[in-house]
Design a protein around this ligand. Structure first.
Ligand SMILES: [Zn+2]
Length: 426
């Protein structure tokens, strides 16, 4: 394993369903690289899906990469420094409050807003490959030595100086009771009365792969998610859906980029929790599941050769069977195909069918690394579910329909019984 460049990653969140955030502040200047991983490189102990990714040499052309200068890339394998996304992952979960925002009620109630739902969400999405264990060695509010205001935390705030100070203080306060070495990631569940309501401003943020973070018990706190307020849209669904900010934030600690852009969720809609995490439940895209090491090589078809070939697909929400077909365009991008149905974590799917999207590993987090193709443009969509990007909800292709990229010489036709025919010119 080559030493990794020092880097800092931040992924500020936005409120997906409401007014667009004009400035997506990626408050970093970084020389983040993709690392030096090559297909077949063993990365045991390096964290991330890189060490666990299932692939064969036939998948080589589909393992697109973004190269240097991308903070968080859709490339495969994920660069080192992130939290491992398979096996048992221990999530140190701390509930934090402040003198000017004292925790109201039992800290365990704050914990219960997110668990066991988050653990179950990952078990379902990963087909049992991620055994996510929330652990709370401090089952009470952890009082910070400074007021909330003093940390200067606002939307898009960079790690320095406020978060560095906050992490240092969290470590100092928790250290007597916590051995930081025994955990793979940190969740900070901030008392909901600190900062603005999530309806106004989403403060929740993750610093991932941040090797410059303060150390605790000899290890840097390099993968940490901070959750503020409550994602309560007033529709009465908070108890069922409000936890979904945490799987989104934890998606970053596993190396996944934001799929919403400064314009909102219009690129991917409700087809991935990294795009929209308000309202109805939604799963990860199959691309993300492959990237996270949750699909076997046999479940991923790589359509790199010229000619015509048919591929079977099984519903993404169900364990087992082929899940993803990828059609590489070049070394950094390609088209992905997967079958989405209303099951598992996908409760808002109103038009079951084959989702077609483009993945570009050279496009950074929050800039639109993934684009879903809408089979029914300007239809208004098929959902009335609140906080679901309606237009793209009927984006799927059904038998008889096809998707064509003439310039690239690619044609995808949906066949009956969940098969796709891929034709590509030479
Ligand atoms: Zn995010």
């Amino acid at each position: 394993m080559q030493p990794q460049p020092r880097r800092r990653r931040i992924s500020p969140r936005r409120l997906a369903a409401l007014a667009s955030v004009t400035a997506l502040t990626l408050a970093v200047s970084t020389s983040a690289g993709n690392g030096d991983l090559t297909p077949g490189t063993s990365t045991a102990g390096a964290g991330t899906g890189a060490g666990t990714l299932s692939r064969t040499s036939a998948h080589g052309p589909c393992m697109i990469t973004g190269g240097d200068g991308i903070q968080m890339s859709e490339g495969i394998p994920t660069s080192a420094g992130y939290t491992r996304s398979t096996g048992t992952v221990r999530a140190l979960t701390l509930m934090v409050d402040f003198s000017d925002a004292p925790g109201e009620g039992d800290a365990l109630d704050r914990y219960r807003e997110f668990f066991p739902k988050t653990r179950e969400w990952f078990a379902t999405s990963s087909y049992g490959r991620l055994d996510y264990r929330p652990e709370l060695p401090v089952p009470d509010w952890l009082r910070m030595p400074k007021s909330f205001r003093a940390y200067g935390i606002e939307r898009g705030a960079p790690f320095d100086p406020g978060y560095r100070e906050l992490v240092r203080d969290i470590v100092a306060e928790a250290d007597p009771e916590v051995d930081f070495q025994s955990y793979d990631l940190l969740n900070v569940l901030v008392t909901p009365n600190a900062g603005p309501a999530a309806l106004d401003t989403v403060l929740s943020v993750t610093f991932a792969g941040n090797e410059e973070a303060p150390s605790a018990d000899g290890v840097p706190v390099s993968n940490a998610s901070f959750v503020y307020s409550r994602q309560d849209d007033g529709s009465g669904s908070y108890d069922r859906t409000g936890y979904r900010v945490l799987p989104h934030e934890n998606g970053h600690v596993f190396g996944l980029p934001d799929l919403y852009t400064a314009e909102g969720g219009g690129a991917v809609g409700h087809w991935d929790i990294m795009s929209e995490d308000w309202g109805a439940n939604n799963d990860f895209l199959a691309w993300h599941k492959w990237k996270l090491g949750w699909l076997d090589a046999s479940q991923v078809g790589c359509a790199s050769a010229p000619g015509t070939r048919e591929y079977p697909l099984t519903p993404l929400a169900r364990a087992g069977g082929p899940k993803l077909v990828f059609i590489p365009l070049n070394g950094h991008s390609g088209y992905a195909l997967e079958l989405r149905t209303p099951a598992g974590n996908d409760e808002a799917v109103c038009r079951p069918g084959v989702l077609v999207y483009r993945v570009d590993a050279k496009v950074d987090t929050g800039m639109g690394p993934i684009t879903v193709y809408d089979s029914h443009r300007d239809s208004g969509g098929c959902t009335r579910s609140p906080n679901v990007h309606a237009e793209l909800s009927d984006a799927t292709f059904t038998p008889g329909e096809s998707f064509t990229d003439r310039r690239a010489g690619i044609r995808v036709t949906i066949l009956p019984t969940h098969r796709v025919r891929v034709t590509r010119g030479s």
